[in-house]
Each structure stands twice: as C-alpha cells, then as structure tokens.
Design a protein around this ligand. Sequence first.
Ligand SMILES: O=P(O)(O)OC[C@H](O)CO
Length: 414
Amino acid sequence: ATEIQWWHAMSGPLGEKLEKIASDFNASQSEYKIVPVFKGSYPEAMTGAIAAFRAKQNPALVQVFEVGTATMMAAKGAVYPVYKLMAEQNEPFDTKTYLPAVTGYYSDTQGNMLSFPFNSSTTILYYNKDLFKKAGLDPNTPPKTWPELEEMAKKLQASGTACGFTTQWPSWVNVENLSAWHNVAIGTKQNGMGGLDTQLTISNPLVQSHWEKLAEWQKTKIFDYGGRQAKADPKFFSGECGMSIGSSAARAAILANAKFDLGYGMMPYWPQVKGAPQNSIIGGASLWVLTGRPQAEYKGLAKFFTYLSKPEVQAWWHEQTGYLPITPAAYDFAKAEGFYAKNPGADISILQMTLNPPTENSKGLRFGSFAQIRDVIEEELEATLAGQKSAKAALDAAQERGNTLLRAFEKANQ
Ligand SMILES: O=P(O)(O)OC[C@H](O)CO
C-alpha cells in the first residue's frame, strides 16, 4: 500500500481517537495507508511542517490550528488546495454540506475551500457538579453571566474550593471568543477576513474591562491563571478550580481524567453589553495538503477526505472528542442515535455556535502571523495578571506589537 504521513498535534485521548480514525480508514481499503505522526503542540506541528517543506522533506498532510490559516493560505506554492485536489482526483466534495461558520473560515474570497475542516471546536464552560453541590449551588444551573460566575466562584471558595475558575488558551478565550460573543471586532476588515491590510482593535472597552476584572479576580483566586494552550487543565481536573472555560474538545480529556460529575454551560457574557450573547467562533484545526509528494499519495488523500466526510465518521469523532459536528448531517446522525439525550450538555458547543446568525464581528478571524500575535497577547495578559501593567497599557502594547507583525506579513505577501 502507498503510505501517506499525516502530521498532527493531538495527544492524550484525542491522539488515540485520531489514530483510530486512520486505522479504520486503512482497514476499509488496501491501496493506501495513512500513517499518523505526532509532532507536538499545534505551534510545533505547524513550524515543523513549514521547516520540512523548505527542506523538501514534508509530509503530504498536516494538521494546522485555526490561527495558522492566514499563514497557510499565503503559502501558495506549498499548499495543494483541497477543493482542487478533490476535483482533480474525481472525488465528490460539496462545501455546502458544512456549517457556514466552518466553510467561511477555511475558504478563499472566491468561496473555494483550501483546507479540510477536520476538528473544529469552540469555547464552552465546564463545571464540577460535585463542588457546586458542596457549595450549596444548584448543580444543574451553570452561571449565564460573568457577575453570576463571580458570585458562584465566591460560594465555591467559601465551601473550601481553592479557585473559582481557570481558562485554557488565554487569548482564544479572553480576547477572541470573548469579542465574538459580545459582537465586538478585534480587527478591522471583518477581523481580517476582508484583506491583509487589517489592523487589530483589541484595545477596546470590552476587552480592557474584562482583563481588569481578570486581574482583580486573580488576586483572590476567583480566577486563577494556569498557562497557555491547555496547561490550565490540571487545575480543573484535580478540583482545585470549580469551573473552567476551554475548548469543547477538552471534554475527552476531562472525562478521561476527572473523577467528578461534569456540567456544561455556554460561555458567560457581560450583561451590560447590548446584543450579547451573539455567537462563538471556531477554533481547533484543519488539514492542509502540502505539495511535492508523489501523485499516488494525493489520490489516497482524496479518498481519505471522502471517508472523513461520511456523516457516521464525523459523528463518531464529534461524540468521542467534543469537537463540533461540522456538518448538519453529522449533527442529525448524532441526534438520531440519541447521543444528546444520553449525554446532556454535549450539544452546548453547537447551540452556542449557531445561537445567532454570525455578524462581521463573529464569523471568524484571519490574521497573518497570528500564532505569534497570540503569543504577544498572552505575554501582555500575563503582565497584567502579575500586576506589572494595567489592562489598558498591556492591550495598547499588544495591539501595537500585533499590528507591527501584521504590517510585516502584509508586506511579505503583497
Ligand atoms: O484545543 P482545540 O483543538 O479545540 O483548539 C483550541 C484553539 O483553537 C487552538 O488554536
């Protein structure tokens, strides 16, 4: 069989499920063998694939997190667009079968899907029902707003829980999804979707007041910062924090590691912001096909994408991981199987994504060098939480440093 390497960034239970998808595909036919290769975190997998491409040692397929989208789209000679691959290999591919929020994220301005949307997530609230009970809180009522969350956090602490809440992916939660959820732009030109000449607008009253609150809460551990990416997870798994806001796909690891009854809620919103809550945006990753490999590998990849497009395969992946059902067909499949009736709360992610029709501020983001810009934002947030900078000074700095990166990206890709 023709072997096709698939570089990815899924570890723990997510990695196991990804390997199962590959081996199921391999067992379904005998001509091609997908070989998953774990390459570290999302940023490491992306940087590794770009370096490998330059050295002509790249795999045919790489999983790239959503923040790398603009960078991959700009890497024209390196990428074999998925719509083109499917057409040239005569495999059916209808982008209309995906949720518009997903198609929009990975399509060019002509509406062509450039990468294959494999694992889309969004940020949701998780809470520890056992600790809620201990605090005298209703275990079936998560907080809806930030002031409610603050009150609940105080009650959790009064009953002996060390911290109210933590979050994964600090910028994704506390800037990117916060803004979409409140229908506030984080950049000009439809959050960068309308062109490379975009500017960040993150230093705005919404984000400033949210960061001020986080810094205030950090002092008493109503909020406790746990690090970048998914580094905050142990705080929630262990019961140190009673609530956590993070990827809908954190579900797999929480269910595997935590020994408590898990509750789900939508992200909290600030009630003084008119129109909130709006809808949340996707994160996660998509699959990019890189050029320079033998033709047979591309034929096999097209077949693999057709396999991944089956509603039953998509529904399985969604149910096992917490990633979104990215096509209505997969959502219907999961419903018909009785998945949500058996797993209350597992549909919060999709309900939140589709709560309202997306606006220019809530349909997604597309900023060049956004992996680096996220590092800048998180560095500035860390300075705020450590009391070294005011929220406004940190956000002004993040905005300015981010815009410098955007201008360099624009110049390099004119
Ligand atoms: O943990 P994931 O896969 O849902 O991804 C979270 C973020 O969107 C990564 O940028």
